[in-house]
Structure formats: structure tokens, C-alpha cells
Design a protein around this ligand. Sequence first.
Ligand code: F6R
Ligand code: ZN
Length: 191
Amino acid sequence: MLNKPYTFELSDIDATMTRYDKHIQRPLSAMRGQYHDVAAYEALLATGDIELYQVYENTRPAAAGELPHGLSILHPGRVGDEYFMTKGHFHRVLETGEVYHCLQGHGMIVMETPEGDWAVEELTPGRVLYIPPRWAHRSVNIGDGQDLVTFYIYPGNAGHDYGTIEQKGFRKLVVAGPDGPQIVDNPRWGK
Ligand code: F6R
Ligand code: ZN
């Protein structure tokens, strides 16, 4: 791994990063159990295991002083009335935060703490979100036919805890209502 300073280009036009060493593609099948409308999820999956999002990352050693960073590209669409979203996670080391910088699209970031606080922040191009330590985070694409593209940076020792969200979900969901996106209680939270 390169241990000298480096630069790269980040394009907010075509959502590319000219340097990365890890590329993840998450398909719909990776989100089993996360969308509240199970019938809609199964019906969509039956038509094909489409890609929901991709992540390009410059990985760094798992050390507190390192700063892994990358680009998250979440496609538009819905499962029933729920917008396409990332799995979401707590950092395994809870006392680590993260910064998101929106480059493209329109999103909501759904967050919560183990103590029961929750928050939803809207992202549009140019907006930066600071996620403090302890806050689990999930991106939701509320844009109309456009990818939600965010650049992120987090501490190298953070690690990822996906299991807690896989089991409990987030307390809040973002769904399409008659007047646009709505934040509602997750009927399946903790079940
Ligand atoms: C890293 C981070 C983002 C997400 C990405 C995909 O700590 O928060 O880079 O990893 O948006 O979401 P997940 O990891 O929840 O599948
Ligand atoms: Zn994170």
C-alpha cells in the first residue's frame, strides 16, 4: 500500500474516482429482510437481482490515524414505497465518526444511536454531513431517476458492524408519500 501522499480526481459529473483499490457492488439480494414490504421485495427480486449501489474505496490500514475514503453511488428506485437504500451500519468501534460530501443527486441519511436518538439529514450536491461517533448511518436515494453520489472519509480503525442493523433495522424508514418523501416509524424495528 502506498505510504506517500497521493492525489486523484473525483468527478461530480460522471461519478468516478481515478484512484481506488476496492470496488464493491451490492445487489438487491444483499438487502433481504431490510425493506418493510416483503412482497414488493420478493416481486422485484423475481425480475432479476439488480444492482442497488457501488462503492469505490482507497483502503487504508486499520489504524486510528488512517483515513479510508471513497465514493458511494446509490441508484434510484423503490421497493414498494421505500426508496433504494444502503445496508447501513454502526462502526464496530462506536467512538468513530464519518464525513459525507454529496456530489450528485438527492438523498436522506438516516441515523440512530444505540441510546435511541435518531436523525435524518437531507443531502444535495455540495452539502456535507458530519456523522458523529455512535451514529449508525444509511443512505436513501430520494432523487428522481438520478444516482446519489457521496464522497466519504472515516477513521481506519472504525470497522463495520452490519449485523445489528440486519437484525433490528433502523427505527425510521423513508417512504414515498402522496406529497413526497416521508419519515415514518419502522413497523419491523427490533423484531
Ligand atoms: C463507510 C460508509 C460508506 C458506506 C457506503 C455503503 O463507513 O459509511 O462508505 O460503506 O455508503 O453503505 P454500506 O456500507 O452500509 O453498505
Ligand atoms: Zn460508515
